[in-house]
Design a protein. Structure first.
Length: 73
């Protein structure tokens, strides 16, 4: 089953917070730290995964906010 995920990714104007399947970023910031702060709050509130990408686009880290299947069963 696919997980609902928010991503922190590079953007032409800095960094973006974007939900998988979304056409546009929900937020664009100048710094990665600012995008992480906003993205983490959104992810916690909505119980989604959070993937934080590096400047080269590769996933650098990720976090689960309430839907981690490893904790079940």
């Amino acid at each position: 089953m696919a997980r609902d995920t928010h991503r922190i990714m590079p953007h032409k104007d800095g960094w973006q917070v974007k939900r998988d399947g979304g056409k546009r970023a929900s937020h664009v910031t100048e710094t990665k730290a600012e995008a992480e702060k906003i993205g983490r709050e959104i992810s916690r509130n909505q119980g989604t995964e959070l993937s934080i990408h590096n400047k080269d686009g590769q996933i650098g880290s990720s976090d689960s906010h309430g839907n981690d299947p490893r904790g079940r069963g």
